[in-house]
Write a protein that binds this ligand. Structure first.
Ligand code: SF4
Ligand code: SF4
Length: 357
């Protein structure tokens, strides 16, 4: 063994400073204040007296060469060639010359991109794109995002919510769903169907057995070949066995549904980070426009907009009014799927005789 320590090969994202607009870089950490002259536009003023305007806009999220060239040409002409993506995948162009702000907005709108996503608006919906890079998607999350952002266009371009709204989606049930003010996540409703002919060739059976969070999988011999079997009474239809063993087919056009969750957030501003909670289950996964999911999201947003106090995030709002009132206001049915009855969840069940308010 060599005495020289082995350092990891760092292949993460590059240092972002090299891509900052020079005025941003020069004044980093020395800003006096910022304001939003209109939805989608930020004005930062530095202690040095420098000013910089940022114009934020939504995109179709997956940009092809045509869109990238179009937007880069606008950035070259008006934004000194600098482009910035926010964590919600909004695009931003920064410019230090106030005279260029209006022409830049006109050029972005002319190209078909909406300006907005700042302050108390519904900003771009975040999602991962399983179809392109992942081995376990159960749906096309970007399609849900596109359909919803079309429906919520006005909520993106206007700041009329009580606080910012972060919507997330996921393309499988177990990973990137994130904590969102509103989240639209895949929900499998049937245990996997096993293609026994393929298991012996494609799957490392101990890894698959170990993957199951409720120990529902065990090795079995089927038709003389080593395979697996599932105790369907235990299975919680999570889909975790599918990535290490694609013959555990769980994706299904009819039984892979969407579920809608509400009230999560990562930030610790004003209140602590929160997990989102299930509010609608078994929503049809209905491409290309997902009308059922869109209708529920719009109902929740409308109830939140009307009833929440200024600066309350959705989770803060529901905490204040209580979940029963949330279901009354949104008129969403409260079903057996909202009750946490997985036996591993004993700790979170209200199993005592105390009445809690
Ligand atoms: S949500 Fe699931 S399928 Fe989609 S990218 Fe993340 S891990 Fe992959
Ligand atoms: S879907 Fe989830 S619970 Fe069911 S067998 Fe696979 S890993 Fe286990």
């Amino acid at each position: 063994m060599s005495d020289t320590p082995q350092y990891p090969i760092e292949s993460g994202c590059p240092d972002g400073f090299q891509y900052l607009h020079p005025v941003m870089k020069k004044n980093f950490g020395n800003w006096d204040f910022h304001e939003r002259p209109r939805p989608g536009v930020l004005r930062h003023v530095a202690k040095s007296g420098d000013e910089i305007w940022t114009v934020r806009f939504g995109t179709q999220r997956q940009l092809g060469p045509y869109e990238i060239n179009l937007l880069c040409d606008i950035a070259d002409e008006y934004a000194d060639g600098y482009v910035h993506f926010t964590i919600r995948s909004n695009m931003e162009f920064c410019v230090a010359d106030k005279a260029k702000v209006e022409p830049m907005i006109a050029a972005i709108e002319e190209a078909g991109y909406p300006i907005g996503g700042t302050g108390p608006s519904v900003t771009m919906i975040s999602h991962t794109q399983g179809w392109l890079h992942c081995d376990i998607p159960g749906t096309d999350a970007s399609g849900v995002v596109k359909a919803l952002m079309d429906e919520l266009h006005e909520d993106f371009t206007h700041e009329k919510m009580p606080n910012r709204v972060h919507i997330t989606t996921s393309c499988c049930q177990i990973n990137c769903g994130g904590q969102g003010d509103i989240a639209i996540n895949v929900q499998h409703t049937k245990p996997p169907k096993i293609n026994h002919d393929l298991v012996a060739n494609a799957c490392e059976r101990p890894s698959v057995v170990a993957r199951c969070p409720v120990a529902a999988i065990r090795p079995a011999m089927v038709n003389g070949k080593p395979s697996l079997e599932i105790d369907e009474k235990k299975c919680i239809c999570c889909g975790a066995c599918f990535p290490p063993c694609p013959p555990m087919q769980i994706n299904d056009a009819e039984y892979s549904k969407l579920a809608i969750w509400v009230g999560g957030k990562h930030s610790n501003a004003r209140s602590k980070p929160m997990f989102h909670k299930l509010v609608a289950a078994g929503v049809p996964n209905n491409p290309p426009r997902w009308p059922e999911a869109a209708a529920i999201v719009k109902t929740i947003l409308e109830a939140y907009r009307k009833d929440a106090l200024d600066w309350e995030r959705t989770g803060d709002w529901v905490e204040r009014i209580g979940w029963p009132r949330f279901f009354e206001l949104t008129e969403l049915p409260f079903t057996k799927f909202h009750i946490d009855n997985w036996k591993g969840a004993r700790n979170s069940l209200n199993a005592s005789t105390h009445i809690r308010f």
